[in-house]
Design a protein around this ligand. Sequence first.
Ligand code: ADP
Ligand code: MG
Length: 292
Amino acid sequence: KNIGVFHRNMSRIIAITNQKGGVGKTTTCVNLAASLAATRRKVLLVDLDPQGNATMGSGVNKHELELGGYHLLLEEIPVADIIVDAGTAGFKLLPGNSDLTAAEVQLMQLDERETRLGRRLQPVAGQYDYVLIDCPQSLGNLTINALSAVDDVFLPLQPHYLALHGLSKLLQTIDLVSKRLNDRLRLAGVMLCLYESGTRLAAEVSGDVEAFFRESTHVDTAWQDVHLFESRIRRNIRLAEAPSFEQSIFQYAAQSAGADDYRALADEVVSLYASQAEVDRDRQQIVMRQAA
Ligand code: ADP
Ligand code: MG
């Protein structure tokens, strides 16, 4: 089993999900993708939300798509033909729009209705360092497909007094998918978005979030060592404005606090995986020594 880890393709496949809307999923997808791309990582962003906000925010018109997530899920068109360039942000986009709602319904007719996305992405995933999937705000079948396709889940939370409300439903879903469909799945990271620094509420909720994930009663296989990102994404007006210019924060306002925060988050993501690769290597060496 450890040998598998050693030889494994090192692309990181991550779903950014939270069934609550407006917590910063799409903003994080677009700007994390752009930030990773700016440091010369190869990144594919998959827009799995029928709202198509990640598509628009990446500079691609969701109303004029020839091909998109619908074709990914329901047709056998080569995936590479569906992928486009994300404006000038330097990453690749698999665009989506409201056709995804129809795709979700039609998927239900297929045998592989929960695993179709993973099977379709598989031939191209290895060409990227990071594949990020922007999830819709529901725990419906599109999200199930995302969870069965990825290794890791990143969960954006807005520090709000109801931030943890409804979270157990998501955690149960992750747990269920990890048991039934995808044993690689884990909740890898939690980030605070729309952070109002200096407020008591933000500090309190951050403390609650930390306590929640440290508490042993929540520790199940799928979220054993969830990383609480130290970089917080502060509320910054430039981040809200950038999508209407079809730009990432690095094109729209490279000197803003929003750009600083997403740069820091991308650095933390990269070092999270670098330290994990080291742990995998150490384990591998122990296994080889024991075998010798
Ligand atoms: P979700 O994808 O979870 O629904 P979004 O990323 O679309 O959330 O964010 C919801 C709204 O908040 C959007 O209008 C977005 O532009 C805005 N927004 C997101 N993050 C920030 C931030 N850090 N500062 C200011 N506005 C933000
Ligand atoms: Mg969104």
